[in-house]
Design a protein around this ligand. Structure first.
Ligand SMILES: [Zn+2]
Length: 104
């Protein structure tokens, strides 16, 4: 299968966030992605693929939107976590995003 193209940066509300794959992120930080609003950086575990990769990127972009809109100052991190997670899940379902798994 052709590898998914992931841009090196994304514009979020006028701010440029870099997007970087990180080796062993899941092992070192216990999560598959993060958004650092101070560094304007989104990172993801480099071994992620397909739906898992898209889900993580949508989730982290949602966090970036939360920071850039000031939503983070109005509601708790826990609520934004729910928004990011349900948003990523629903968007992938709405777009009927599925990838064929490679047969082993
Ligand atoms: Zn999150």
């Amino acid at each position: 299968m052709k590898k998914m193209y992931i841009p090196k940066c994304v514009n979020i509300m006028g701010e440029t966030y870099t997007i970087s794959p990180i080796k062993d992120l899941a092992e070192s930080m216990g999560k598959y992605g993060y958004c650092d609003p101070k560094k304007k950086e989104i990172a993801y575990e480099q071994t992620l693929e397909n739906e898992d990769l898209l889900h993580t990127l949508i989730h982290e972009i949602s966090h970036a939107q939360g920071f850039e809109t000031g939503l983070y100052q109005a509601i708790s991190h826990e609520i934004l976590e729910v928004i990011a997670e349900t948003g990523a899940t629903n968007l992938l379902r709405l777009c009927n995003v599925t990838f064929k798994r490679a047969k082993k």
